[in-house]
Ligand binder design. Structure first.
Ligand SMILES: [Zn+2]
Length: 62
């Protein structure tokens, strides 16, 4: 049951990743995303790209 609650699709993972660009995720959202990224190569690549973008945006703001 817990597994079903925490398992998300790639689509949902992408939504969480882009939400994370704007505001911090809820603990449950973060946990779900973390579990998904651990299991999914594709989304962990997307996660790295978002991370690079966040860093670039932060540098622009300085
Ligand atoms: Zn995925």
């Amino acid at each position: 049951m817990i597994k079903r609650l925490t398992r998300i699709t790639c689509r949902q993972a992408h939504v969480l990743l882009s939400e994370r660009m704007d505001r911090p995720l809820s603990p449950l959202g973060r946990y779900r995303l973390y579990l998904h990224l651990k299991a999914c190569d594709l989304c962990s690549r997307v996660d790295r790209q978002f991370d690079l973008m966040r860093r670039a945006v932060r540098r622009l703001g300085e």
